[in-house]
Design a protein around this ligand. Structure first.
Ligand code: GTP
Ligand code: MG
Length: 364
């Protein structure tokens, strides 16, 4: 998961680490030279690389028995770098450019990439950083904090929402063809059943051949009621009936499937607007696949413009090397990500938590 993203960030991390090391070394030398000047004529007590070498030369062979030359050198080096380095904007120009390119190539939307870069810059510039061997950690921390800020916006607790909402809770799933709507409905049905809710499915994809049979298989597997029309072509009517059924039988949640549609298909977009007018869903969920990257984000924006969505489900994150859609989609739509699809089976659904995603984006 997100392998290319991790790979692409390496360049940035290395660039900052190198910059901090270089600056640390330069400042150590400067400090040493100044101390040298101040103490001219006095008995010398040197620090820095020269001191390390001088000290090393003085250590008698017997004292040296347990310490290798190498370990002494590295201790000396860590002493040298145990000082504070302040990075300025100029130091970070190249590394931050590298970061922006890495984000854009990972399909992070431009405004989101800019936000992340600005936030990383904020973290790194002007702060005194104690430098030892952990320059990598400083960079990692700045990235983590910048990404966390982006991922934590528009947070929404779907469990809490369903628990508190009047029943039946009406949830309609929309999106372009083949992105995983029907599979996600089945996964969410199972997720809700596991939490004690009763679920009704609505076979609202009256457009694609085989769509009703497909959701019928899921309903059977999951042992949930499916409401379908025999020859009806009006998805709004099917979903409306499913809601009526749920009311009459005191079911908690209605999950409504719809046909895949492109935002450019005026008729199908009008049909979606009609579904929303008739059903008045409590949640209109846009489903798209993480592997579509920028396209998924752009489609989410366009669907949200046509009919305001309440959130998204990003599927196929298990197959996504870049991570850009998962990072950007909520920022661009202003709506939360509710779940991530992480495989083809029913349990392969993860409730969106910034910490979970962050761990996968930056973890080893
Ligand atoms: N790897 C992976 N595959 C998924 C995931 N979600 C769905 N799929 C697969 O994506 C394919 C399409 O899934 P569907 O649920 O039929 O997609 P849809 O949006 O309903 O498609 P249409 O009804 O044709 O618009 C299927 O082969 C699913 O198994 C996921 O999270 N990970
Ligand atoms: Mg479908």
């Amino acid at each position: 998961m997100f392998n290319r993203f991790k790979e692409r960030l390496k360049g940035f991390k290395e660039a900052v680490s190198t910059k901090i090391q270089e600056k640390g070394e330069a400042e150590a030398k400067k400090a040493e030279a100044e101390r040298g000047k101040a103490e001219e004529g006095k008995p010398q007590s040197k620090t820095g690389p020269a001191a390390a070498e001088a000290l090393e030369a003085k250590i008698p062979a017997e004292d040296n028995a347990t310490k290798t030359k190498q370990s002494f050198k590295s201790r000396a080096k860590s002493l040298i770098f145990e000082q504070e380095v302040v990075l300025d904007e100029k130091d970070l120009t190249d590394p931050l450019w590298e970061l922006e390119m890495a984000l854009l190539e990972s399909d992070v939307a431009l405004p989101v990439a800019e936000t992340i870069v600005a936030s990383v810059k904020d973290e790194l510039v002007g702060r005194k950083k104690k430098i030892r061997a952990d320059t990598g950690e400083i960079v990692e921390e700045a990235l983590r904090s910048a990404l966390f800020k982006v991922l934590s916006e528009n947070r929404f607790d779907v469990d809490e929402f369903i628990a508190k909402a009047d029943k039946p809770v009406k949830i309609v799933f929309v999106g372009v063809n083949g992105t995983g709507k029907t599979t996600s409905i089945a996964k969410v049905a199972r997720y809700l059943k596991d939490r004690g809710y009763s679920v009704v499915l609505a076979a609202g994809d009256t457009f694609r051949a085989g769509a009703v049979e497909q959701i019928e298989v899921h309903a059977k597997n999951l042992e949930v009621k499916l409401v379908k029309h025999k020859d009806g072509k009006d998805p709004a009517a099917v979903i409306f009936d499913a809601v009526e059924y749920a009311k009459a039988h005191h079911r908690d949640v209605v999950l409504a499937d719809t046909a895949g549609r492109l935002h450019t298909n005026v008729n199908l977009m009008d049909q979606m607007k009609k579904i929303v007018r008739v059903v008045k869903p409590d949640l209109l969920i846009f489903v798209d696949e993480a592997i579509a990257g920028n396209d998924a984000v752009e489609r989410a924006r366009l669907f949200n413009e046509a009919v305001p969505i309440d959130g998204t489900i990003l599927t196929k994150t298990d197959a996504d090397a870049k991570g850009g859609a998962a990072i950007s989609i909520s920022q661009i739509t202003g709506k939360p990500v509710l779940f991530l699809g992480v495989g083809q089976d029913y349990p392969d659904l993860v409730k969106f938590e910034p910490e979970w995603l962050l761990e996968r984006l930056l973890g080893s």
